[in-house]
Design a protein around this ligand. Structure first.
Ligand SMILES: Nc1nc2c(c(=O)[nH]1)N[C@H]1C(S)=C(S)[C@@H](COP(=O)(O)O)O[C@H]1N2
Ligand SMILES: [Mo]
Length: 364
């Protein structure tokens, strides 16, 4: 059974069992650091209730000294680390792919993303304490305390993995706080993994088992789900060998205001949104009011973001009476931009929907 959300949540639920919900897009632009009440929730099964006083995480596998740690042990272990990072679901913006062709999964608008300050222990410090030395070709598997409902397979504990080299990079956290508050249950209390730059799926909530091993996790989420399949593949013919593991997220941008279908007065309108280039800077954001024939540059806002933050932008445009298709596309520091059409990136699982974001409005 899913827990009801606190009354200050304004999230739109795609499903309640398990709970999957995203904020109205204007709420994403309300704060550079997304409030917990506005932060999307993505869960694969019932959310466990874990007691912070007795919860433990085990570190085992190819380590010299296996560990069994309480939350107190982790908090006392080394100086807590704060990391500002975006968490984004691989299915963010799936609704745009659904227009091209049927996909599996919830039809997320561009709200399956949020930016928070995470506090916790660096996973690298914990793995060092466990005596990890070599990293070449190894993986770190994570298991949550929840049971995932797996499509076409048996229910099983939620599990994923990341390359050990990423785990040792310093910014991957075992986090107990989000925006300075203890983690909420729906975001993984009392402890979750945060893997900045990687798809949200790797940031295991309710973490209880960490294992260093010579192959990726064989859990369903890692081995069968969250793969980017070619466009000719369908559910019935899917073959994991032909799927690319979704780790780093692609360049993306979305219009958060105005909302699709808005009626606007003639004259000046400000459009606002976010852009994200994962481990690169956003170099430029272009907007169009005519479906992408003519472009002008949006203003990139400086909110003191760091390496794993998103970028906020806005543009004030003069709109004449009639129907308009507002469009945004971002450019990264390597001079790369997004594909124009959702058709170009369609895949049956509906992942990595990163074509130009289009919003139709009417000016009266
Ligand atoms: N244990 C566990 N971890 C999980 C999940 C889950 O269902 N169970 N969902 C994953 C997915 S797909 C995403 S996008 C993020 C969502 O994190 P949030 O709900 O805190 O926003 O958590 C990830 N970690
Ligand atoms: Mo996700």
């Amino acid at each position: 059974m899913s827990a009801p959300l606190s009354p200050d949540h304004a999230l739109i639920a795609h499903s309640t069992q398990p709970l999957n919900a995203e904020p109205p897009l204007h709420r994403l632009r309300a704060n550079f650091r997304t409030q917990v009440a506005d932060f999307y929730i993505r869960s694969h099964g019932d959310m466990p209730h874990l007691d912070p006083a007795t919860h433990r995480v085990r570190v085992a596998g190819r380590v010299a000294r296996p560990l069994d740690l309480s939350l107190g042990d982790l908090q006392a272990g080394s100086a807590p680390k704060n990391v500002m990072a975006v968490l984004q679901c691989a299915g963010n913006r799936r609704a745009d792919l659904q227009v091209v062709g049927c996909t599996s999964g919830d039809h997320w608008a561009p709200g399956a993303i949020g930016h928070a300050e995470w506090t916790g222990a660096a996973l690298a410090d914990v793995l060092h304490a466990a005596g990890v030395s070599e990293t070449d070709g190894l993986h770190v598997a994570f298991e949550g305390a929840d049971v995932a409902e797996n499509e076409g397979a048996e229910d099983a504990p939620y599990g994923v993995s990341i390359p050990l080299a990423k785990a040792m990079s310093g910014d991957v956290l075992l986090a107990w706080a989000m925006n300075g508050e203890p983690l909420a249950r729906e975001h993984g209390a009392p402890l979750r993994v945060v893997v900045p730059g990687f798809a949200g799926v790797r940031s295991t909530k309710w973490i209880r088992d960490i294992r260093v091993q010579d192959r990726p996790s064989d859990a369903f989420q890692q081995a069968h789900d969250y793969l980017l399949f070619p466009p000719d593949m369908r559910a019935a013919t899917q073959d994991p060998i032909r799927g690319v593991t979704i780790d780093e997220m692609p360049l993306n941008a979305a219009i958060c205001e105005p909302a699709p279908g808005s009626s606007l007065p003639e004259g000046s309108t400000t459009i606002r949104g976010y852009a994200i280039a994962t481990d690169r800077a956003i170099a430029r954001v272009d907007v169009s009011v005519d479906g992408g024939r003519q472009w002008r540059q949006a203003t990139i806002e400086d909110h003191g973001g760091a390496r794993w933050s998103w970028t906020f932008w806005h543009a004030t445009l003069d709109l004449l009476t009639g129907e308009h298709e507002l469009v945004v596309r971002a450019w990264d520091a390597a001079g790369q931009t997004q594909p124009a059409l959702a058709d170009d990136v369609w895949n049956f699982k509906g992942y990595l929907s990163a074509a130009w974001h289009r919003v139709r409005v009417v000016v009266l």
